[in-house]
Design a protein around this ligand. Structure first.
Ligand code: G3H
Ligand code: 13P
Ligand code: ZN
Length: 316
């Protein structure tokens, strides 16, 4: 199967009460881990690339790694998506280089400016067969160099979604209902609770329309513990409870973004191996374990959070 857009993925996920995992890729090991897990579990998957990933790995290398993964996993649909595109230019560059989906993140602009920017990207993308995700509302947390404090974050207003979707022609919408980027999502002692009431209200206003959740890592405590017992210092790392994400995946939420949990698995592997074997200096020794951890994280998500195991069989 060649790279696909997310159109069919989201239609099937909406109807089937599951979600597609969108995992961030930054290097070969991460691309391999995600697609091997998805391939073995016969699950559709989205590989997403941030501006930071492009800067770190070079867009050409990332594209070629993804192409290799498509060749190695011919039985599953794979989409290549730009994560948090900040302006028209980066979206255009990705569309021109073969991405099948882009996000234009105008969430920090005014409602009208967000509409104008999103519309411009949609026009360019749709003319080339590429789909677009936009965002309304602001998540707390850190992405690339933008740090949104909890005070500056704001839930998506259901009253705005229908007008936004109609005027922009966008294909999916990221909303803010209490998720947050990074590994430190909540203060210790707080009870993480997604606002399902807002989600339901949004669903009523735009029935059948695919919703996206960013900042959906759960911050597995077993990896935080391995990191901290092997020289790390991650204090109060807390994520979104997986049962709440599973509940979201059964609803209009068709795409769930996960990056931090992959980073935690990878870092736990590197730290554990190097701490136990101070004499190791061959990167393959620690990256093999790190990659296996990332693969285990993705497999766990597909089976227990997303509900997308076996769903690749429904695609042509
Ligand atoms: O939403 C943020 C993603 O985790 C990407 O992070 O911008 O550091 O690559 P990054
Ligand atoms: P996490 O930091 O919760 O993994 O979120 C990733 C994300 O939203 C990428 O766009
Ligand atoms: Zn995000």
């Amino acid at each position: 199967m060649a790279l696909v857009t997310t159109t069919e993925m989201f239609k099937k996920a909406y109807e089937g009460g599951y979600a597609i995992g969108a995992f961030n890729v930054n290097n070969m090991e991460i691309v391999q881990a995600i697609t091997e897990a998805a391939g073995e579990l016969n699950s559709p998957v989205i590989l997403q690339v941030s501006a930071g990933a492009r800067k770190y790995a070079n867009p050409t290398y990332l594209k070629k790694l993804v192409e290799a993964a498509v060749i190695e996993n011919p039985n599953i649909p794979i989409a290549l998506h730009l994560d948090h595109g900040a302006d028209f230019e980066i979206c255009k560059a990705c569309i021109d280089s073969g991405f099948t989906s882009v996000m234009i993140d105008g969430s920090h602009h005014s409602f009208e400016e967000n509409i104008e920017l999103t519309k411009k990207v949609v026009e360019y993308a749709h003319a080339r067969g590429v789909v677009v995700e936009a965002e309304l509302g602001r998540l707390a947390g850190i992405e690339d160099d933008v740090n949104v404090s909890a005070e500056d974050s704001s839930y998506t207003q259901p009253s705005e979604v229908q007008e936004f979707v109609e005027r922009t022609g966008v294909d999916s919408l990221a909303i803010a209902i209490g998720t947050s980027h990074g590994a430190f999502k909540f203060k210790p002692g707080t009870d993480p609770q997604l606002r399902f009431d807002i989600l339901e209200e949004i669903e009523k206003r735009i029935p059948g329309f695919p919703i996206v959740l960013h900042g959906a890592s759960s911050v597995p405590q077993e990896y935080v513990k391995i990191i901290n017992t092997n020289g790390g210092a991650l204090k109060d790392a807390i994520g979104i409870p997986e049962e709440q994400l599973r509940q979201a995946a059964r609803s209009a939420v068709c795409k769930i973004n996960i990056d931090s949990d992959l980073r935690l698995g990878l870092t736990a592997g590197v730290r554990e191996v190097l701490n136990n074997h101070p004499d190791y200096f061959d990167p393959r020794q620690y990256l093999t374990v790190a990659r296996a951890n990332v693969k285990a994280v993705v497999a766990h998500k597909i089976k227990n959070v997303l509900g997308s195991e076996g769903k690749a069989a429904d695609f042509e």
